[in-house]
Design a protein around this ligand. Sequence first.
Ligand code: SF4
Length: 279
Amino acid sequence: MKIIEYMASTALGKSGMKELNYTLNPYSGCFHGCVYCYAIDMTGKKDAAENWGEVVYVKANLIELLRREIIGKKRGMVGISSITDPYQAAESKYRITRNAAEILLRNGFRITVQTKSPLVVRDIDIFSRYRSYCDVGMTITTMDRNTALTIEPHAPSPEARSVALGKLADEKIKIWIFAGPIIRGINDSQDSIEKIFRLASSTGARIIFDTYVPYRGASTLMQKTVNRAGNSSAYYADRIWADAIRDIFEKFSIEYSVKVNGEDEEWLVEYQNDFRTFS
Ligand code: SF4
């Protein structure tokens, strides 16, 4: 793994996502190396994109930039991160995500965190201090270790993510599971999806799901994976298949009493507000 520090020009980015006012990405490139990752197309760093999972750029001046940028900035929801995993291995050394989260929360912003890493548990002290103003999402595409190894080769195991989710739940942090992408023929069986619901049910997590969209950068990696898995239908996520996946999520939502949203729906603000009302 190659780590390259650089000076970024901004800390907070604009978000194309409806419920996020800002994004904050401490790292470009991601050591987890997921084969379906749309960030390959968005990283802006050629060597990171071409060697996905092996090169990570660190925004060494992000905290300094953030402190300046928040002065006079309209308060709102910040997505940490929108492009790469904010708790990938480099974070254990650099602690940029931790420091940024603390600065944002202390200054009246709300944050929503998404990761695949148990390292997020390190920052429970911050999340619990500002529990009404943050939530943490753990991406779990499958509970099957071998499938996870195939599509997320360097990411922490599903078991490790489940344990981390449980620890966050124990501290009453608002949590959710991002069950996505669901890829045809890879992790789309009822059995596979039901295991994620069992975890959500036992931890009190909400589930957000999404189906795979073949982005250009991920196509090569996906092609190799699909070939290895001997499943050539993975690219054909047609409407009928996508509707069937939605039906599975809706069915289990009722069966397990777990709230579910599609990635395209608005749920985030309601989720945090709901917590403020009932906690
Ligand atoms: S953890 Fe997220 S950002 Fe990192 S490679 Fe996987 S999908 Fe991409």
